[in-house]
Design a protein around this ligand. Structure first.
Ligand SMILES: [Zn+2]
Length: 374
């Protein structure tokens, strides 16, 4: 089976006629052109948004099933294709569906649909995945290519032929095993670092999300000592936004998770973990005026150092595809209180040690991830 991508753009293509948004202007300036989405399967069956695929002569031998959000197509030779019904549509084949050889999906509508299809065994290592209906929802073709590489899918381009494995012309993303397996994402508050972390793992079938504190139901209190309802709401909202099939662990045992996991692991985040580890060790200065590191009892510092060493060692040896989020705390003013200065220093050193042992380090600013030198 093969799918000729005649058009890979959204409803109005990309760039969209008359649209002056930055994405369309950028696409036009760099010669990007995607016609409105249209695909021809095996030279016979035409897929256009919103219409049931039809063969030109009505007798191509393809079986077309209507599934929620898309089309499940079986060719005369038994090969299988899943296609989104149109821009924004997310196909949801029912249980018991056989795996697909080709999947043409609107990955901008939901990258996590790919992770779910993989988790359900409907998209496998043999499946050719390509993005369809790409338009000005993404900032640039470059950004689309970057994301598709992370999701082990092809970005798709007009005129491209996606063929089942074994046929001469095929296209797919990079082998999933060849991707960097330790990524450290640094960023300030609300920089978009957590969102980038989730995006990077959207195509994964098995993701463990380790929330390294503070958690909704304990530890953190409001200014009057009462439970911090605003924080609890925030944690709940973040949790609801993550794909439902991800496993969430609330744990400070990051080293254990790194040693145990062989699938994808998202750690959010290193800063909250360090603060909690310092809490547990009693490593914060009790008396801000008199506190100095050398005056503190050796034990709390020793405990924190041991936990950090254990984390670094597990990070070095992990077999998981891991993305860890951490706070970039060094750019502001020098904190007014000793506790703030100690934390900033400790986290800065920890970030340096993790970065030195990472495959990829990125700094996220205003939702823009920048690759740092290795
Ligand atoms: Zn536009």
């Amino acid at each position: 089976m093969d799918a000729l991508l005649i058009g890979t753009g959204g409803e109005s293509g990309w760039p969209q006629d008359g649209c002056t948004c930055a994405s369309c202007m950028r696409a036009a300036a760099t010669g990007i052109h995607r016609a409105p989405g249209r695909v021809v399967v095996d030279g016979q069956l035409t897929l256009t948004p919103g219409a049931k695929p039809r063969s030109s002569d009505g007798g191509s031998g393809h079986r077309v099933l209507d599934v929620p959000g898309g089309w499940d197509i079986t060719g005369p030779d038994g090969s299988r294709l899943l296609a989104a019904a149109g821009p924004g549509a997310v196909p949801e084949p029912p249980d018991g569906t056989a795996p697909f050889d080709i999947a043409l999906l609107d990955l901008l509508a939901s990258p996590a649909q790919l992770g779910l299809l993989r988790a359900r065994g409907l998209v496998t290592g043999q499946t050719r995945v390509a993005a369809l209906y790409t338009d000005h929802r993404i900032s640039s073709a470059q950004e689309m290519a970057r994301r598709c590489a992370l999701w082990a899918s092809a970005a798709g381009q007009d005129g491209q032929v996606i063929a089942t494995a074994g046929e001469a012309t095929s296209a797919s993303g990079p082998a999933r095993s060849s991707r960097p397996h330790r990524t450290l994402l640094l960023g300030g508050a609300r920089s978009g670092k957590s969102k980038e972390a989730e995006l990077r793992l959207s195509g994964e079938p098995s993701v463990t999300y380790v929330a390294a504190g503070p958690w909704a139901d304990d530890q953190w209190e409001g200014t009057g000592g009462e439970p911090d309802a605003e924080w609890a709401d925030r944690v709940a909202a973040h949790r609801a936004a993550r794909p439902a099939w991800w496993r969430t662990e609330e744990s400070l045992d990051l080293a254990g998770a790194l040693r145990r996991e062989t699938g994808a692991l998202l750690i959010d985040g290193i800063g909250t973990w360090l603060a909690a580890v310092m809490d547990q060790a009693g490593a914060w200065p009790d008396d801000a005026a008199n506190w100095a590191p050398e005056a503190a009892t050796a034990d709390p510092q020793h405990l924190v150092s041991a936990r950090i060493d254990e984390l670094i060692e597990a990070w070095r040896q992990t077999r998981a595809l891991v993305v860890a989020v951490t706070d970039e705390v060094g750019s502001g003013l020098v904190p007014a209180y000793p506790a703030g200065r100690i934390f900033r220093d400790q986290l800065g050193w920890l970030n340096q040690r993790l970065a030195a042992e990472s495959d990829v380090n990125m700094l996220v600013v205003a939702g823009r991830p920048m690759i740092l030198p290795t």
